[in-house]
Write a protein of this length. Structure first.
Lengths: 111, 886
């Protein structure tokens, strides 16, 4: 399969980050990036740096929290975790996605 | 919303947040590096791979920053800081720009504070929007502003649409005696519910009771706060004490609050007396003493419109129409009731002049903007390169324009600050000029509304002044600028054209102001050169009133005046002395319905009203009024002798055009009126002041009809004011309880009568001068730039043999062209604007050719002067250096 390159929609990136944090618990930026690569089986090739504006946005929306802590190799790193509001948002977004994709599938099959 | 808050907070602690971001990015990169190392890359490769994987660090950081803060605010502060440094680097430009803007804004601040205080502020009464002034308009009579008391009584009783009706009037000038120096007090008569209607609580005591407002009721008086302070020593126990007014004892029942504003600027009341209009006065009561003309105020019920009230009052008048005496009904045919909101009535006299002033300062403001815009365009030319680089780096045009506009912010703040100071000073100056046509000028101050206005005006000015430079400056032709081909670029030409247009419009605006100023100045000159009809130099005037109470019999008045005049003539320094019931600039003694021999007899009420003055024997000599025919009054013209009169030329011309008036009779044909023989004709006097037309006048000897108003006039050998004290002493010597007031020289009075015109001419003149200066600076700027731009062209011309005159013509020609176009535009534009002046002009029309020509000439002169330095520079161009420079 061809890799999906380039920019992805802001919203989708946000959703993916939330999902990762749900699954992995508190994680720093690098970790989230790695996880995203893993899960998408390296289909997703994004500039890892673009995570940071997204993470800030999520914080501003109140869906994630951040805290400074020690990383695996004892470096200072910022860890992000999901908030209750974030969890709720994730559930809403997932439901919405499923509905949209089901709809799209039906439409594309039909025509 | 959360996001906004976050972003707002992100403006602060920037350094720390930067730090954290830095650290986070670094740690991410390190971890990436580790990963790649683990995969077997070398350190170098790992580092590159990490960076590649991450993406452009600076760009990411930039996007992060955009997300974090409020980019507009950041940009704004950045631009402002940049602008601030720019101004510091160019202090000359900064100073001139700030002063120019401050001039325009400051003038507006000062004028607006007056407009706000006089026209916009609500009146100091309860619910002032509901207060109205009620008057009647009788089309066949001279305009009355008043209401006959039978109507007032009718309305008070039957009117349903009012929450209250009150009346006031004059006739309350009284002599205060019995407590030290006697003083003449001005006052007003008011009905009992006058103060309640206005919603004004007396500072001490109370207002009148109904019983006190009836003829024969207890004599009660209210005094003003100022009088209470000055004559009663701010005594808090003054209520209940008595005071002697015109010989009668009155009880003080109240003191009006400080700053109380009487709702009529014709009155300057120090005391308030009850109206004493019997409420039962109506048409049925035949007593002429009961008939009065009142000024009426009313408070409309909530929801009632003036139109509805008008209809009700008219209907009520109609309902009682049959009861009116027939001659009265005739006078009132076609009568209208008029209802005017009180605020409108009080503001009306000041409105025309304030409108003129507002227009003038608005023009001035636009001119300042245009000037500064031009200056900024010139300055902007030097920044072309920097802006081009920014554009090349990706800045959008709107961003560049916004940047240029925002840099003005510092300029704006500074200009606004200086403007407030200028406005303050300007207001002080206005107050000291105290023009009579703007009442209550002392209320004007720089309060919050005015400051807010200043801020708004300053902002608009900043935008206006910055718009052209911003739009033009942001239009960067990258190729041209980066190649550096200098002054021949299209953008430079465009800039020059824009600046020329700006300057032309400035010239037009300046011309409008100059024309206005010229018209007003000519008005003033006309006024000053009007012949008043008498000799005005070294005349001292004072006034006194011989009250009925103190001088009940005419012989007593005559005796007093006789004794006084003897003493006055004996005073050293007094050349001659006389008295009259009227006086030039003060007005006539009275207006009387007069029968004239040879004219058809008229019924009462339709007789012509002729101004009458009773004068002492040496009145005409003292004033220097020439005797044209017949003789003046002498000692023989006493009460016992035949009744005589003297008329003026205007009277003779109007009523005896072909005949000799001497020997004819005027007055009242039937007793108790007096039928007087005309024994002389004197020259005309502008009794009401230079701006009013001459009118027919009749003079009667004081001895034959002693009047209570005695206006003394003395011709002095030296400065008249030095004799005020001796005159007062002489009066006191004849009657110690007689107050003398209003001492002034005739020159002072004449000057006062011209005060409005002088004020108008002065103020608009100042503005016009400022405008002229601005226009001159503007022209200079454009021409200087033009010469600088065309240095090489001039060099070529000189090299090809152009003479000095031809080079001069180049520069001056451009200047004159700009000026000429501006003058034409200005002349066209002045037509509608000078209409505004129509009401205040005297002796000149709005399109007076002399004023137009003078204004244009002044402007052309300034333009030529402005050409001087640029022309010199052009002449000093050395062709060799100029050509090499290119």
């Amino acid at each position: 399969m061809d890799r999906i390159k380039g920019e992805i929609l802001q919203g989708t990136l946000d959703l993916m980050v939330l999902k990762v944090l749900e699954g992995m618990g508190p994680m720093h930026g690098y970790g989230i990036a790695r996880r995203l690569e893993q899960v998408s089986e390296n289909l997703l090739e994004l500039n890892q740096g673009t995570l940071y504006p997204a993470l800030l946005r999520l914080q501003q929306r109140g869906w994630i929290n951040s805290k400074w802590g020690a990383s695996e190799n004892n470096r200072r790193a910022r860890f992000y975790s999901l908030t209750k509001a974030g969890r709720k948002q994730l559930a809403t977004e997932e439901a919405s996605w499923e509905r949209t994709s089901a709809l799209m599938a039906r439409v594309l099959e039909g025509s | 919303m959360r996001i906004l808050l976050w972003r707002f907070m992100g403006l602060f602690r920037k350094t720390r947040l930067e730090h954290e971001l830095d650290e986070e990015v670094r740690s991410h990169l390190e971890m990436l590096e580790q990963e790649y190392l683990r995969r077997g890359m070398s350190l170098q490769e790992a580092r590159y791979a990490a960076l590649r994987s991450f993406g452009g660090v600076d760009q990411i950081k930039e996007r992060y920053r955009e997300q974090r803060g409020l980019p507009f605010v950041d940009a704004f502060f950045q631009d402002v800081r940049y602008g601030w440094h720019g101004l510091l680097r160019n202090p000359g430009f900064a100073a001139v720009a700030i002063m120019t803007l401050a001039l325009g804004i400051g003038a507006n601040t000062a004028i607006f504070s007056v407009v706000h205080a006089v026209l916009l502020r609500p009146l100091p009464y309860r619910n002032p929007s509901r207060l109205v002034y009620v008057s009647e308009f009788w089309p066949h009579e001279t305009p009355v502003k008043t209401v006959p008391n039978p109507d007032f009584a009718n309305w008070s009783e039957h009117g349903r649409l009012f929450d209250g009706l009150a009346a006031y009037g004059g006739g309350a000038e009284v002599n205060l005696t019995g407590m030290g120096e006697p003083e003449r007090l001005s006052g007003a008569r008011v009905t009992a519910d006058f103060f309640t209607l206005l919603g004004v609580e007396p500072f001490l005591g109370r207002s009148f009771l109904r019983e006190e407002d009836r003829p024969g009721g207890r004599k009660a008086v209210l005094i003003s706060y100022e009088l209470w302070q000055r004559r009663f020593g701010s005594n808090l126990k003054v209520i209940g004490s008595t005071v002697q007014l015109d010989g009668d004892l009155y009880t003080i029942v109240g003191v009006t609050p400080a700053g109380f504003r009487f709702p009529d600027d014709d009155f300057r009341a120090q005391v308030f007396l009850p109206m004493l209009v019997a409420r039962v006065a109506d048409w049925k009561s035949p007593d002429p003493n009961q008939f009065r003309l009142l000024r009426a105020l009313a408070r409309l019920r909530p929801g009632v419109t003036p139109e509805q009230a008008r209809a009700e009052l008219t209907a009520l008048v109609r309902a009682e129409a049959e009861l009116e005496p027939p001659q009265f009904k005739r006078m009132r045919t076609g009568m209208e009731v008029r209802i005017t909101p009180l605020s409108e009535r009080l503001a009306a006299p000041a409105r025309p002049i304030l409108l003129i002033l507002l227009s003038s300062v608005a023009l001035l403001l636009i001119m300042s903007c245009v000037n500064v815009a031009g200056m900024q365009l010139a300055r902007g030319a030097t920044r072309q390169r920097e802006l081009a680089v920014r554009a090349a780096l990706g800045a959008r045009r709107s961003r560049l324009a916004a940047q240029l506009l925002m840099e003005n912010f510092v300029l704006l703040i500074a200009a606004a600050g200086v403007a407030v100071c200028l406005g303050f000073a300007g207001l002080r100056a206005l107050r000291s000029l105290a023009p009579p046509q703007i009442p209550h000028l002392e209320l004007a101050s720089l309060d919050w509304t005015v400051l807010l206005f200043t801020l708004i005006v300053a902002t608009m000015t900043g935008i206006l002044a910055g718009l052209a430079p911003a739009l033009l400056g942001s239009r960067v032709e990258l190729n041209e600028i980066l190649k550096g081909s200098g002054a021949q670029t299209g953008s430079a030409q465009r800039q020059h054209r824009v600046r020329s247009i700006l300057v032309t419009s400035e010239i037009a605006l300046a011309l409008v102001l100059l024309i206005g100023s010229g018209l007003l100045t000519r008005s003033l000159i006309h006024l000053i050169s009007v012949n008043p009809g008498f000799n005005t130099h070294r005349l001292l005037t004072l006034r006194l009133t011989l009250t009925e109470r103190a001088y009940p019999k005419p012989e007593q008045k005559d005796a007093f005046l006789g004794a006084l005049l003897v003493r006055l003539r004996a005073l050293p320094g007094v050349r001659s002395a006389a008295a009259g019931s009227g006086l030039p600039t003060l007005g006539w003694g009275s207006l009387r319905g007069t029968d004239i021999e040879g004219q058809p007899e008229m019924p009462p009420g339709l007789r012509p009203d002729i101004p009458c003055d009773t004068v002492s024997t040496e009145y005409f000599q003292t004033l220097g009024i020439p005797l044209m025919a017949g003789r003046g009054f002498n000692q023989q013209d006493r009460t016992s002798a035949a009744p005589v009169a003297i008329v003026n030329q205007a009277f003779a011309r109007e009523f005896f055009s072909r005949q000799n008036p001497i020997g004819k009779h005027v007055g009242r044909r039937s007793p108790p009126g007096v039928w007087r023989e005309i024994i002389g004709v004197v020259g005309n006097v502008r009794q009401l002041g230079p701006s009013q037309e001459e009118s027919p006048e009749i003079y009667i000897p004081y001895q034959q009809e002693p009047n209570e108003d005695v206006n003394l006039v003395l011709r002095t050998a030296t400065g008249p004011l030095g004799l005020v004290a001796p005159v007062k002493a002489a009066v006191q010597a004849v009657d110690p309880a007689q107050p003398v007031y209003d001492a002034a020289t005739m020159d002072q009075r004449l000057s006062e009568s011209m005060a409005p015109q002088r004020f108008n001419a002065l103020l608009v003149g100042v503005f016009a001068l400022a405008a002229l200066g601005l226009a001159g600076v503007g022209i200079f700027g454009v021409l200087a730039y033009s010469v600088a731009r065309r240095t090489s062209e001039i060099g070529v011309r000189v090299a090809l043999g152009a003479s000095r005159a031809q080079v001069m013509r180049l520069v001056v020609g451009e200047g004159l062209r700009l000026c000429g176009l501006g003058v034409v535009l200005g002349l066209a534009g002045s037509v509608p604007l000078t209409r505004l002046l129509g009401g205040v002009l005297f002796g000149v029309g709005p399109s007076d050719p002399v004023a137009l020509a003078a204004a244009s000439a002044a402007l052309v002169l300034v333009a030529v002067l402005a050409c001087y330095i640029p022309a010199r520079r052009a002449l000093s161009v050395d062709p060799m250096t100029a050509l090499r420079h290119d």
